[in-house]
Design a binder for this molecule. Structure first.
Ligand code: E4P
Length: 230
């Protein structure tokens, strides 16, 4: 499963990128607004930084303007994927943009029938929002499982399932088990994925025991060892 980071914050993207685990980025109008910076400049900077798909969302609500926005966004950088809401007009725009060879991410998916329509319209990604479903008392991971099954049953459907609205590390594991192709993860959750008290405790103990070793200079010892073997 690929890992995208779900943010428009450059500092967060830079930090996560330095870990070497980021395959792409997703943004949405709310995330862009939160940063208070120019949309296109931000998207371009992200796309230069991360060598992978970067979702940038159209805001028009009618297909012709969505297509116009999408074609322009796709020209900003080769990494841009045009994000489109799952509406009648959005699906129409998705079909047209896919026909033009523009990669698309159909967003705001809350039921499997919507995912099927997006796939038929040639979407590159479909984004089911699992956290927002959980908030309604509906199991979001079940939706991922259902969409993955539908896509596996019809090999003509080439759309990638991009699990969105992820709220915790358990969501990440569950969507990976369910067969999602991608999970887009907020920075906060990404940091939580590192953590386990047993890791910290184990590391502390290793360091305590290591302190009793006479020569603790690994670099010096190794360098001498390797030089002696030349
Ligand atoms: C990403 O593509 C979505 O816009 C995002 O995951 C939504 O997450 P939220 O429900 O936490 O806003």
């Amino acid at each position: 499963m690929k890992i995208f980071i779900d943010t428009a914050n450059l500092a967060e993207i830079r930090e996560a990128h330095s870990w070497g685990v980021i395959d792409g980025v997703t943004t949405n109008p709310s995330l862009i607004a939160k940063e208070g910076r120019d949309f296109i400049a931000t998207i371009h900077e992200i796309a230069e930084l991360v060598n992978g798909p970067v979702s940038a969302e159209v805001v028009a609500q009618d297909a012709p303007t969505m297509i116009k926005e999408g074609l322009l966004l796709a020209k900003v950088h080769k990494n841009i994927v045009v994000k489109i809401p799952l509406t009648y007009e959005g699906i129409k725009a998705c079909s047209a943009l896919s026909g033009e060879g523009v990669r698309t991410n159909v967003t705001l998916c809350f039921q499997a029938s919507q995912a099927l329509l997006a796939a038929k319209a040639g979407a590159t990604y479909i984004s089911p929002f699992i956290g927002r479903l959980d908030d309604l008392g509906v199991d979001g991971v079940t939706l991922i499982r259902s969409i993955v099954t539908i896509f596996r049953n019809d090999t003509d459907l080439k759309t990638n399932v991009l699990a969105a609205s992820i709220r915790d590390p358990l969501h990440v594991v569950q969507v990976a088990e369910a067969g999602a192709h991608v999970a887009t993860i907020p920075f906060k959750v990404m940091k939580q994925m590192f953590l386990h008290p047993m890791t910290d405790r184990g590391n502390e103990q290793f360091l305590k025991d290591w302190a009793t070793v006479a020569d603790r200079d690994i670099i010096g010892q190794t360098t001498r060892f390797l030089e002696a073997r030349k």
